[in-house]
Design a binder for this molecule. Sequence first.
Ligand code: ATP
Ligand code: MG
Length: 251
Amino acid sequence: MSDEFILETRNLRKEFNGFVVINDVSLKVARHTIHALIGPNGAGKTTCFNLITRFVRQSGGSIWFDGQDLSHTGPGALPHLGIARSFQISSIFPHLSVLENVRLSLQGRLGKSFNFWGSARRLSHLDDEAMSHLRSVGLAEFAKRTAHELPYGRKRALEIAATLALDPRLLLLDEPMAGLGREDVERMAALVRQVGEGRTVLMVEHNLSVVAELSDRITVLQRGDILAEGSYEEISSNPLVVEAYLGGGHG
Ligand SMILES: Nc1ncnc2c1ncn2[C@@H]1O[C@H](COP(=O)(O)OP(=O)(O)OP(=O)(O)O)[C@@H](O)[C@H]1O
Ligand SMILES: [Mg+2]
């Protein structure tokens, strides 16, 4: 595996009860890029994420992260490897403060080395770090608020802050723009770009103008296979892709 690529799937395959969902996907994600995975509903995008994050086991093929074979790893190993997936809203603790949510995530990263009964000084150090993550997603002023009070778009930003606390090298975002209004989309797009600096982001996203704006490279998935790959210009002028989106392939 070359140093250029941080993540590689080789002939990845997934069947559910004999039904092929991922047929033969060899995906290469270059280090320090924002890479988008797009395609019609049911193409297998989320399943790809579930395979990469080891929530489901592949039926065939392999997954490589930074030269390491993940094919036999479970999901528990991922934070230590430096892979994080954006948290779903349901994983925010609604009755804790915004700051406490990020602090919990930090404690999770520090794992066993974190002493729960540690000194007040260490706790305040955690607060400092949590605040810096909140600042970077524009939530500093909301730190003391209870998480459930946040408007939807801010909750999504809190998920990102909690994910950043894990200090991942590879961040997987499944439809970060879903359900956001126009203003929140712009804010989230700026955030994804910022988060992508010095990291690698693999993003599933249906909002094609966001994909065009953010992505260094795009892979189009259709019915479990890679249909096309390239820059937004290349993808959007590819007749096969146009057909998949506008023709009968959309469902
Ligand atoms: N656990 C499962 N058991 C059976 N079938 C599944 C399972 N997970 C996904 N599938 C099927 O795999 C196919 C691909 O689903 P997947 O969620 O990966 O698509 P997607 O590209 O993320 O679609 P969307 O854009 O709608 O989110 C679908 O036909 C889905 O019904
Ligand atoms: Mg999906």
